[in-house]
Design a protein around this ligand. Structure first.
Ligand SMILES: Cc1cc2nc3c(=O)[nH]c(=O)nc-3n(C[C@H](O)[C@H](O)[C@H](O)COP(=O)(O)OP(=O)(O)OC[C@H]3O[C@@H](n4cnc5c(N)ncnc54)[C@H](O)[C@@H]3O)c2cc1C
Length: 431
């Protein structure tokens, strides 16, 4: 497939996979027993496994595809504090004390990534570049500026307002109404980050078995029987780490997460002086729309990775690519002749309360529902869940104290998605 806006040889796989090819692990059959079976080999599952393996538990990680095939090697590599509702909203729902702890853990998840990649020596282009959060209307700019001026005590984050007149110091566009810079937010190469965690989990003794879906989980005396495509494992504990790919295996969880496609393109290399004009500070960028666009320079600073949602229902990266390109050009007309080298997508997991959840239900541990912001939070909560399996106090998390809600008649198929996207797009247009 070629032709504008694609290059002559576009790829419909993540840009990250060019540098970190899909890991090929030896094809082994699962053992008859294990202390812990983790289902899903993304950030959540591998970080849980790292804890349990280092804690001396015989740990098996299963993935239906390659390790990291899900969101963990498809994302935009933007790291924030990962909690969407604000303090006022969370206090209304859960009271000020729990609201405070939820938001504090959001901040901790950002610190956790920095400490983790440094203490584990994972080379993954982790950089504290800061985020420019751009206002798509004057009203949003004013609301953003107010929220920065009135941050709850004890939860203050480093941030400064950038008015529209100064916007070009941050971004080469006049399409926004100014914005806010969150100086501590960071960028990472998600593929290299995942590879680093995978290597450490394997070194710690976890057995990672890929192309081997778990097909049934049955409760038995002393634990569980996990049936897989290649045999059954008797396990004392099971961790479900399937996030946006949660399926019929775990109906209780499936009724609580809403899988939503997110789409990204990478451009061909952009001339250096144009990159310097468009993204002079090399920050990660997002905007205030409900149907958000997020973008950043590639770690080597030569390309733009531009993501978001450009259809009401799910679509094909061959279709989403040109639409994302059109949105990118609307913001940066200079990029009209710059072609797309990669276009891909993945499924994030939203929840009915816009919060991640981690804990234990019917004896099964889980952490999921990162609402599109899981690069930091998935590893952080995966670690907490691994500690919970070990019975350690440090595994406690505020995200385990919130009821994991579902809705009547929802069984895992988000029939309401297309109308919601239409509604939010309409609201975004009104500012
Ligand atoms: C396009 C895109 C862009 C994103 N950008 C960002 C971003 O910039 N910043 C941010 O913070 N977050 C971002 N995210 C979200 C983030 O990537 C995820 O929240 C995070 O990677 C979730 O990790 P996980 O390990 O929980 O799930 P995943 O990495 O999705 O792993 C789940 C795994 O479970 C496996 N699985 C499912 N069912 C079974 C079964 N029955 N048996 C065995 N295995 C099974 C799947 O094969 C999959 O590999 C983005 C996501 C996407 C798709």
């Amino acid at each position: 497939m070629a032709g504008l806006p694609f290059t002559d040889t576009p790829k419909f796989t993540p840009y990250w996979w060019d540098h970190v090819p899909r890991p090929s692990l030896p094809q082994t059959d699962p053992p008859a027993r294990a202390d812990v079976v983790v289902i899903g080999a993304g950030y959540t599952g591998l970080c849980a496994a790292l804890q349990t393996a280092r804690g001396g538990r015989a740990t098996v990680v299963l993935d239906a595809e390659d390790a990291g095939w899900g969101c963990s090697t498809r994302n935009g590599g933007q790291i924030s504090t990962s909690v969407k509702p604000d303090y006022v909203e969370l206090s209304r729902r859960h009271g000020p004390e729990l609201a405070f702890r939820i938001l504090k853990e959001g901040q901790d998840s950002l610190t956790w990534v920095a400490d983790f990649v440094s203490s584990e020596g994972i080379e993954c282009d982790f950089r504290v570049v800061g985020r420019f959060h751009a206002a798509h209307s004057q009203a949003r700019y004013e609301a953003l500026a107010r929220s920065i001026a009135l941050q709850p005590r004890g939860l203050e984050v480093e941030a400064h307002v950038v008015p529209r007149a100064e916007q070009r110091t941050e971004l080469g566009t006049d399409a926004y109404f100014g914005g806010v810079v969150f100086t501590r937010h960071a960028a990472i190469d998600p593929g290299r980050f995942h590879q680093g965690i995978l290597e450490r989990a394997i070194s710690a003794g976890a057995r990672v078995i890929t192309h081997c879906a778990a097909t049934a989980i049955q409760r038995v005396a002393g634990g569980f029987q996990v049936r897989t495509e290649r045999g059954t494992i008797a396990a004392r504990n099971v961790v479900v780490a399937t996030n946006g790919y949660t399926g019929a295996l775990t109906p209780w969880l499936r009724r609580r997460v809403i899988p939503i496609g997110s789409y990204v393109i990478a451009t061909e290399p952009v001339p250096g002086e144009m990159m310097a004009r468009l993204m002079p500070r090399g920050r990660i960028v997002s905007d205030t729309r409900k149907v958000v666009y997020y973008y950043r320079p590639s770690p080597d600073g030569t390309r733009i990775l531009f993501g978001g949602r450009v259809s009401h229902g799910e679509t094909d990266p061959k279709v989403s690519g040109p639409r994302l390109h059109a949105e990118m050009v609307r913001l940066f007309p200079e990029l009209a002749a710059t072609r797309i080298s990669h276009s891909w997508c993945g499924f994030v997991a939203y929840t009915f309360d816009n919060l991640a959840h981690a804990g234990e239900q019917d004896g099964l541990f889980h952490a999921m529902g990162y609402c599109g912001s899981g690069v930091g939070m998935a590893g952080y909560l995966g670690t907490r869940i691994g500690q919970q399996v070990l019975g350690r106090k440090e595994g406690e998390t505020a995200f385990g104290e919130i009821q994991f809600q579902t809705r009547p008649f929802y069984s895992g198929n988000p029939w309401f998605l297309a109308p919601s996207v239409m509604y939010y797009r309409w609201r975004d247009q009104r500012g």
